[in-house]
Every structure is written in C-alpha cells, then in structure tokens.
Design a protein around this ligand. Structure first.
Ligand SMILES: [Zn+2]
Ligand SMILES: [Zn+2]
Length: 366
C-alpha cells in the first residue's frame, strides 16, 4: 500500500501530490496514521525558500497528531506510559540531536546541535514519510513520542500546533517574573500561545499587538488584557498605550512572535530599561531591520535573547499545562480551516493571507 503525501518541491513551486512506498519499520520505529498536521508560518516561509539548507522536495508538517498503526519493539511512550495500536500520540519534531557535540555537551544548547534533524523541514521526501502532510508518518527509532494526555483532544493540541511549544519556550526563555508587564508582538499561534503561558506564569498584565481583528479576539480569549492593532493603531499610538500602562517605562518583558523584521525595532523601543526581549518569530530569514545599538540596547541595558526552536521538555510541559488548563485556554478555536492533502496549497495560501490563523491538514479525512 502506498502513502499519499503533499510535497513542497522547491521554493515557490506548487505543492504536488506524491505516492510514497510504505517504509520499512526498523526496530524501535513506529508508524502513525496521521490524524491532523498543521500549516505554520514557517511552512509559508519554506514555500518561499527563506530557510537555508532545506533539502527540497520535502513533506512539510513538523507538528502532528497521529494514531499508532504499528510499532516495532516500542511498547511505551518516551516517558514510560504504555503505548498500543490505535492510541493518539504526538511527537517531538526534532530528532537526532547527538548529545555528543560541543553544543549538546558543553554549551548545553541542543537546539544548536549541528546533527539536529526536524520532521517536516530537514528531511527530503525521498527519505520517506517524515512530515505530517502525509497519510502516514514514520517515526524513526529514537523519535520522542508522547501519548496525548487524557483530557486533551486532537484539536486542543493541533489548534496551537508547533506554536504551542514555541510560545512555551519563548516564555520560559524570558524568565518572566510574577507580576511582570508582558508585551507579545504577533497574534499568530506562537504569539497566542505565548500569551496563554505568560498568564500561567503569573504575568501582571499581558498586552498583545497583532492583527487582523479575529486574531485580536483570540488574543483576548487566551488571556491578553489589552490588545493593540498592528493595522489600525499607528506605531505612535501603540507606543503611547504601552507607556501609559507602564508609568512611561515600557514592558518588563517583550516577546517577539511576529516574524516581521519591523517588529524588532518596535519591540526594543517598548521594552523598559533593563528589561528582556525574546525574539522567537524569526525562525526563517525574512530580512533585516535597523536599530540604534546605543539607544535600543546598550544605554537601555536591555537583555536580548534569541529563541531557536524547542527542546523536548517544552513539548512535554506545554502539553501537561494545557491538559490541566484546557477549559481556560480554548486553543481548538484557533483552527480556521481543515484541508485534505489535495488542498494543502490552498491551506498555505490561506495562512499566508491571514485568512485563517491555524490551518489543519487532515490527510485521512475524506
Ligand atoms: Zn549535538
Ligand atoms: Zn512551526
């Protein structure tokens, strides 16, 4: 039986439907039937060739939920919970960090391990169904699998998708303190997740800047106290509002989840002196921005931190928190459309046009 997959053949080329051979399941390997995968902003950027080193053609879809079809010698998930056929799981999209290099062992930054591979991004479609836009996904030996917590449905997880884990990682990286005023730039899935986790971590006030209106409404639903519109409120007005909320100082923590270079000078302007700025929205290269190092960083004594991808614990802990607070944080509402593989190109276009916040790919729903 072959596997149908939606393939991104190269930058700016139309999505194609391919038939792949069923993979040979190695000892320690697991085959999933894909229940839902996602289109994230990164996929839009990959479609335009904005990340170096991507081995096109690829099967996109880095975060997915699936059902175990077949496992060879795997009877538990990564944390020891029993795992059998038919069970719903997700998995950590990063694979093969080596735990043997300088970055893994000395710097303790496995995110920058040169051996790191990522499902849906760094595997060629010729290597097999190693992305979520396919009827089945092959989890190679060593991929970290997590059983979905009982209280979570597929939509709760895939509604935030990879943004759930990146948003968690960005909040963790900010070292947000109880009562801090937090500004989140961007109201896509990463920004929306950062809002929810900032609330859980004890932010005093959460301000969000984003657009369009339906995303600002989601930002409120996920816990933003104040929302400012990127399109309707001019930058001077946004700055005035943030200053008014903070006694003129600016936000204690700013998290960039916008993915637009222009967000960075604005974020640096809006972080208070000695505050922390986490840049999480530029996983791909969307260009440069101009800052004044003296005014924006040095004199400000600002702490600027990049946030590249996630680690396993971000995925595990984000899921645990979501399982506990599911009723407060309606991530399933972020889903704006469901697309079969044949419409993966349309899903990409809708995400790029901001017509939907989270587009979900459902390869096995007819
Ligand atoms: Zn390494
Ligand atoms: Zn993503």
């Amino acid at each position: 039986m072959s596997i149908k997959a939606a393939v991104m053949p190269g930058p700016d080329a139309a999505i194609e439907l391919w038939k792949l051979d069923d993979p040979t399941i190695e000892p320690g390997g697991v085959l999933l039937e894909t229940v839902a995968s996602e289109v994230c902003g990164t996929d839009v950027h990959l479609h335009h060739g904005r990340l170096s080193g991507v081995p096109y053609p690829i099967i996109p879809g880095h975060v997915s939920v699936g059902r175990v079809l077949e496992a060879r010698g795997v009877s538990t998930d990564s944390l020891g919970l029993p795992l059998g056929p038919g069970e719903l799981v997700t998995f950590y999209d990063v694979h093969e960090a080596c735990y043997a290099c300088y970055f893994c062992l000395v710097a303790r930054q496995p995110n920058r391990c040169p051996h790191r591979r990522v499902y849906g991004i760094t595997y060629s479609a010729h290597e097999g169904p190693l992305g979520g836009w396919a009827e089945r996904i092959y989890l190679k030996p060593g991929v970290k699998i997590l059983k979905l917590p009982e209280s979570l449905g597929v939509d709760d997880v895939i509604g935030g998708g990879c943004g759930l884990f990146t948003g968690f990682a960005a909040v963790e990286r900010s070292d947000l303190a109880l009562g801090d005023v937090v500004l989140v730039q961007g109201t896509g899935p990463v920004g929306l997740s950062a809002i929810a986790f900032a609330v859980l971590r004890g932010a005093g006030v959460v301000v969000a800047i984003g657009h369009p209106a339906d995303r600002l409404e989601l930002a409120r639903a996920l816990g933003a106290d104040v929302v400012l519109s990127l399109s309707a409120d001019p930058p001077e007005k946004r700055e005035a509002e943030v200053r008014e909320l903070t006694g003129g100082r600016g936000a204690d923590v700013v998290i960039e989840a916008a993915g637009a270079p222009a967000a960075v000078p604005e974020g640096l302007r809006l972080v208070r002196d000695g505050g922390t700025y986490v840049i999480a929205g530029h996983y791909t290269d969307t260009g440069s921005a101009t800052i004044n190092p003296h005014v924006d960083i040095n004199r400000k004594h600002a702490e600027v931190r990049g946030c590249w991808g996630t680690e396993f614990h971000h995925v595990q802990r984000a899921l645990q928190l979501l399982a506990k607070h599911r009723d407060r944080f309606p991530f399933a509402r972020i889903i704006g459309g469901r697309y079969p593989l044949e419409q993966a190109g349309a899903a990409l276009a809708d995400v790029e046009a901001l017509a939907v916040t989270k587009a979900v790919i459902t390869p096995n729903q007819r």
